[in-house]
Design a protein around this ligand. Structure first.
Ligand code: FEO
Length: 169
């Protein structure tokens, strides 16, 4: 059985993951408006990944005899200045999520829940990958500046990203 304190921390993180899904869906809509279909695809994969992250914790709480308590999801931003501004936001957001996963790990350590610590290891590794992935796109966007042709080439590249359902835990 999971402790109440850790259960609450997991529920808070489920909300953060669902907010991430919502934020990236809003960014997907922004790229639809720009007709950048590769960016749309990249974001749609990101949306699915965030849903999987939330569901991983949702399922884990049940497995551990905990109670899932869904909370209201904040309204995300809907407009950005440029694709570069979007990816700056994505990186900032992922760094925030990493800090929250670390805080969740802190709670698991505080209540000495070794099973949860081991489960959360997957999320910590995932965050390293997420930040590297986003950082890569961001670096390219910084090089591109206002070069429309280069932006369209990147769009083609981002169209190749595919969603692979993660095996969590
Ligand atoms: Fe679920 Fe992008 O962190």
């Amino acid at each position: 059985m999971i402790s109440e304190k850790l259960e609450k921390a997991f529920n808070d993180q489920i909300n953060k993951e669902l907010y991430s899904e919502y934020l990236y869906l809003s960014m997907q809509a922004y790229f639809e408006r720009l007709n950048l279909k590769g960016f749309v695809n990249w974001m749609s994969v990101q949306v699915q990944e965030e849903h999987a992250h939330a569901m991983g914790m949702f399922n884990y709480l049940h497995e551990r005899g905990g109670k899932v308590e869904l909370q209201a999801i904040d309204k995300p931003e809907i407009d950005w200045e440029s694709p570069l501004a979007v990816f700056e936001k994505v990186l900032e957001h992922e760094e925030y999520v990493t800090s929250r996963i670390n805080a969740l790990m802190d709670v698991a350590e505080e209540v000495r829940d070794r099973a949860a610590i081991s489960f959360l290891d997957w999320y910590l590794k995932e965050q390293v990958e997420e930040e590297a992935n986003v950082g890569g796109v961001l670096a390219t966007l910084k090089l591109i500046k206002n070069d429309a042709n280069a932006l369209l080439l990147l769009d083609k590249d981002l169209a190749t990203r595919t969603f692979v359902a993660p095996v969590i835990g």
